[in-house]
Design a protein around this ligand. Structure first.
Ligand code: GDP
Length: 202
């Protein structure tokens, strides 16, 4: 699949103020600074669709884009940023979860995980909550150009081992790097498969 036309629709402070669903939505979520904006720009082949390097914890809105009039891309606020207060983090978490559990057009949420670091509690908690609410998800490791190969494998294995404690079958897992332009085709093909399944994707 290729992307030809990307169109910014709106930013919304919560799911209730989003327009009625029009097309299947693919949402991107992750801790602040995980590389979400860079990945979205890389996927869409646009330099500034999503704001990279935004002050962590400051992007508070749900951003909706239409892609080729076939599907929508949703850029969710980053979660788990240590420097915002616990109360504020909780407000974000609730707002993100409301979108993910109430939006009927949600096809998948891609949960972004930094490949450079060992499993983080905030990511595990977020994924666990998605699982318990049966939100359809896929995992996307970001910045996988950076760690050495054995470090990357170690972080990925540790992450999968923790997931296996509570998941019977792991969701799809992708390895990407926006800097080295890796993993785009895999992600776009997966989106295509979700849109037009030959056999239902997981
Ligand atoms: P966001 O806060 O999740 O939207 O993250 P950004 O896209 O703004 O990226 C956060 C930081 O990670 C920036 O300094 C980026 O340059 C860096 N970064 C993003 N993607 C990659 C990548 O694929 N590889 C490497 N090495 N760094 C990246």
């Amino acid at each position: 699949m290729e992307i030809h036309k990307t169109e910014f629709v709106l930013s919304s402070p919560d799911v209730k103020r989003m327009p009625p669903p029009e097309m299947p939505e693919f949402a991107f979520a992750g801790r602040s600074n995980v590389g979400k904006s860079s990945l979205i720009n890389y996927l869409c082949n646009r330099r500034k669709l999503a704001k990279t390097g935004a002050t962590p914890g400051k992007t508070r809105l749900i951003n909706l884009f239409h892609i080729d009039q076939r599907w929508s891309l949703v850029d969710l606020p980053g979660y788990g940023y240590a420097k915002v207060s616990k109360t504020e983090r909780e407000v974000f978490r609730k707002m993100i979860m409301s979108y993910l559990t109430q939006r009927s057009s949600l096809a998948r949420v891609f949960v972004l995980i930094d490949a450079n670091i060992p499993p983080q509690k905030s990511d595990q908690e977020f994924i666990y909550e998605l699982g318990s609410q049966q939100v359809p998800l896929a995992i996307v490791f970001t910045k996988s150009d950076r760690p050495r190969q054995n470090e990357l494998q170690k972080n990925k294995n540790a992450f999968e081992a923790i997931m296996k404690e509570s998941w019977e079958e792991l969701p799809p897992i992708f390895l990407t790097s926006a800097s080295k332009r890796m993993g785009r085709d895999d992600l776009l093909n997966y989106i295509e498969l979700c849109l037009y399944p030959t056999v239902p994707p997981r």
